[in-house]
Design a protein around this ligand. Structure first.
Ligand code: SF4
Length: 354
């Protein structure tokens, strides 16, 4: 078999391997329901399978169809997403469901070309839905698949450059199953590429001895697997300090405000956030300032940024407002179902009753 000289051979190997060694019993598999495939693909974009399992089950139990998602409030959707991070995914899911209902009569488009016009659906996700659900002959190219293909092909173009990424898309398309076999094999091929990237062709220490592409893999032959993919642009990390005002009344209710969009934790409910301790003090009635208690600071790591979080707690009389801060009191019974940033939820859950 040669990945580059025998049309269809590469795909046939992936398809045969997937049938025996691939993942075939994940909760979002064995279905051609584009709602479930789209939801799982979106959840899996930045989150591990083990975490997605529980979130996926809760999400489809509460919102089992694209119509139900379209009719849900954004708060309900963010509540179901709470803790998964990257909340723009949840906001896009909601907008996308509304567009599927409004523009497509509640039925997902069947081609990647149309799917990619919907909010939050990129080229690879569109291709995953179209190939897994409708057998369209179209290539996916998520991070895992980029790793597999660049290694097999010895593709050393810099994927930070759009021209090189386009070249890899073209290579991925050349390796698809033969057109005559596409209807029967596209779903398994797409799943096989995902599975190889996730379970065999690992970023570090790939399991080449278990790989169906080993004989044909240029990176393996050269022993240079970990040099691929090539991407020169590194994420610029930054850091930011935030002071959180945790105001609680005598009933245990907490003062929460909606975060502005865009920005950190956009659209989520949150303890009021300040850039400095002085600004936080200013927001309180003078009599309450002396009652502030500094809790242990911690670091919360986002993709591009380290957040140094300094929670400050104060107890106020029931019904008392927190001046100069937008928001409102939310009872102990209600805040758990809101979309909250993960570190804020953890704080409230672990110390809320203290
Ligand atoms: Fe990845 Fe190794 Fe397979 Fe090459 S042989 S595709 S490096 S797992």
């Amino acid at each position: 078999m040669s990945a580059t000289t025998e049309p269809g051979a590469f795909a046939a190997d992936v398809v045969a391997w997937q049938a025996v060694h691939g993942r075939n019993s994940l909760p979002w598999q064995n279905t051609q329901d584009p709602y479930r495939v789209w939801l799982s693909e979106t959840m899996l974009q930045q989150t591990q399978v083990a975490t997605v399992r529980d979130y996926f089950a809760r999400f489809v139990a509460q919102l089992p169809t694209v119509q139900a998602l379209a009719e849900a409030s954004l708060d309900e959707v963010l509540g179901l997403w709470s803790g998964l991070g990257y909340y723009s995914r949840a906001r896009n899911l909601h907008r996308c469901a509304q567009d599927v209902v409004r523009l497509h009569g509640g039925v997902f488009p069947r081609t990647a070309e149309v799917l990619v016009t919907l909010p939050g659906i990129g080229r690879s996700t569109a291709a995953a839905i179209a190939s897994l659900c409708f057998g369209e002959r179209v290539a996916i190219l998520d991070a895992n698949v980029k790793r597999v293909l660049t290694r097999v092909l010895g593709f050393d173009g810099d994927l930070a450059q759009a021209a090189q990424e386009r070249k890899l898309w073209a290579e991925a398309t050349d390796l698809l199953p033969l057109p005559a076999l596409a209807a029967q094999t596209m779903a398994r091929y797409t799943q096989g590429m995902m599975d190889l990237g996730a379970t065999v062709c690992l970023a570090r220490k790939p399991l080449c001895s278990q790989c169906p592409l080993q004989l044909d893999c240029r990176a393996h032959a050269a022993g240079s697997m970990e040099n691929f993919p090539v991407r020169t642009r590194k994420l610029q990390r930054s850091s930011q300090s935030l002071w959180l005002l945790w105001a609680q009344d005598s009933t245990g209710a907490v003062w929460l405000q909606r975060r502005p969009v865009p920005g950190v934790w956009a659209g989520l409910y949150c303890l009021p956030v300040f850039d400095s301790e002085a600004a936080l003090h200013e927001a309180l009635p003078p009599a309450a300032r002396g009652k502030l208690q500094a809790l242990e600071s911690f670091v919360h790591v986002l993709t591009h940024k380290d957040l140094h979080i300094h929670p400050m707690r104060v107890r106020l009389r029931a019904g008392r407002n927190v001046p100069s801060v937008d928001g409102g009191w939310v009872s102990n019974a209600d805040w758990p179902s809101l979309g909250l940033p993960a570190p804020v939820r953890k704080l409230l859950e672990t110390l809320g009753s203290a």
